[in-house]
Write a protein that binds this ligand. Structure first.
Ligand SMILES: [Zn+2]
Length: 112
C-alpha cells in the first residue's frame, strides 16, 4: 500500500478510505474525501499556447490576429503585452495596451 495518502495530521501513510472519509490508523485523524478533491480544483492553472503556466505580471505575445468583439479593432499577431493579469472565466487574461484593456484567451498567447 505505498500509494496510500499521507495523513494531514501525522504525515504517516497508514491511511484507508472509510465511507466518505479517509481515516488514519496511527493517530485516528479523519478527513473527508470530497474536500481533498475540491482543493485540487481550486488551484486551476492558466496555461498559454505551449502549456506554460501564466502568472500575474508576466509578458506575453499574441500568436494570432485576434478580433476584439464588438469593435473594429484587430490585435495583431506578435503584439507584446506586458504585465498581464489573470482573471477567472472564459477569457482568463486581462491585457492593458495602447488601445485599451482587453480580455484574451490564454490559448492565443505565448509567454516571453
Ligand atoms: Zn495520522
Amino acid at each position: 500500500m505505498s500509494s496510500a495518502l499521507a495523513c494531514p495530521q501525522c504525515t504517516l501513510t497508514n491511511t484507508y478510505p472509510d465511507a466518505s472519509n479517509y481515516v488514519c490508523a496511527d493517530c485516528g485523524f479523519e478527513w473527508p474525501i470530497a474536500a481533498m478533491a475540491s482543493d485540487e480544483d481550486a488551484a486551476e492553472v492558466v496555461r498559454d499556447a505551449n502549456g506554460t503556466a501564466l502568472a500575474d505580471g508576466d509578458s506575453v505575445v499574441l500568436i494570432k490576429d485576434l478580433k476584439v468583439k464588438g469593435s473594429s479593432i484587430t490585435l495583431k499577431m506578435g503584439t507584446k503585452v506586458k504585465s498581464i493579469r489573470l482573471v477567472g472565466g472564459d477569457h482568463e487574461v486581462d491585457c492593458r495596451m495602447d488601445g485599451g484593456s482587453f480580455m484574451l484567451k490564454a490559448q492565443y498567447l505565448k509567454k516571453v
